[in-house]
Design a protein around this ligand. Structure first.
Ligand code: ZN
Length: 274
């Protein structure tokens, strides 16, 4: 029952669509039922106060372990790694690799997409490669990526749909590996993996990476995927130091999906190599 439908403000189809999107994000607060009637910002907001308290505790803890920790960081900003990942709050780069602030230069967007028209991503990459001279660029996707799921199911969410078109294109390009014979879960998992692989291919084609390789700068690209369900990182096998090497690695990796199509190899979230 819906008063909006009764009043003819929305169609039954639109209502059905809204419900399917709401189901995808059922873990988020519902503005209709969970919010107070009148909202006023509370300067003593306990949730925010906690952040400052936790920050103070953390800073004190770091200094207790290493008294020069912060003073050294001021003069040391030479990370070896550039991480491109998803904005998802469950995938923080330094935490999942058990590293510290200062160790990883990071760029994140929804669904870890590397697009030739994303000036922000290209700028971060150029700064990481040309200025910071990182040794490794790591694109890290993750299973249970809502962005990938929305793209695969072609749900309308809003402005972000335009951004997620990139992933729909990846899905179309690799449709062969997403075949209907796989479970829904496997299809989403696989598209999460293929999205990383495709982003590595895009990254390798940028002038930034091409120029770095041409001048002999030591720089390796990696494609990883992280399991939110088990906290483990998987290497997707597309590590490369040149376009030629990437072509070979891509061939091997996609062959793995071919084998999997024949039912010979496990993939998706259950796959845990090394
Ligand atoms: Zn994600």
């Amino acid at each position: 029952m819906s008063y909006r439908k009764d009043l003819g403000l929305v169609s039954g189809e639109q209502l059905k669509h809204e419900k399917s999107v709401a189901k995808l994000f059922a873990f988020l607060p519902n503005f209709d039922t969970d919010m107070p009637e009148k909202f006023e910002y509370d300067p003593d907001d306990v949730e925010l106060k906690q952040l400052f308290e936790r920050n103070r505790e953390w800073a004190e803890e770091m200094v207790a372990h290493d008294s020069d920790y912060f003073s050294r960081l001021v003069f040391q900003a030479a990370p070896r790694y550039f991480y491109i990942g998803c904005s998802d709050a469950r995938v923080p780069s330094t935490q999942i690799t058990n590293l510290l602030p200062g160790d990883i230069f990071t760029y994140r967007n929804i669904a870890n997409i590397v697009s030739f028209t994303d000036l922000s991503c290209l700028s971060a990459t150029q700064f990481a490669v040309d200025i910071l001279k990182v040794r490794h660029v790591i694109i890290t996707g993750h299973y249970d990526c809502v962005g990938v799921e929305v793209a695969l199911k072609q749900r309308r969410v809003g402005l972000v749909d335009n951004w997620l078109r990139h992933i729909q294109e990846v899905g179309n390009r690799y449709e062969h590996y997403l075949g209907e014979k796989h479970s829904k879960q496997m299809r989403v998992d696989r598209l999460c993996e293929l999205n990383v692989i495709d982003s590595i291919a895009n990254l390798s084609q940028t002038t930034i990476i091409q120029d770095a390789w041409a001048r002999g700068q030591p720089l390796t690209l990696h494609g990883w995927i992280y399991g939110v369900h088990d906290g483990r990182i998987r290497n997707l096998g597309v590590t490369c130091n040149s376009v030629e090497e990437l072509d070979a690695r891509m061939g091997q990796t996609l062959k793995r999906y071919e084998d999997n199509l024949k039912g010979e190899v496990l993939a998706g979230r259950n796959w845990l190599p090394d």
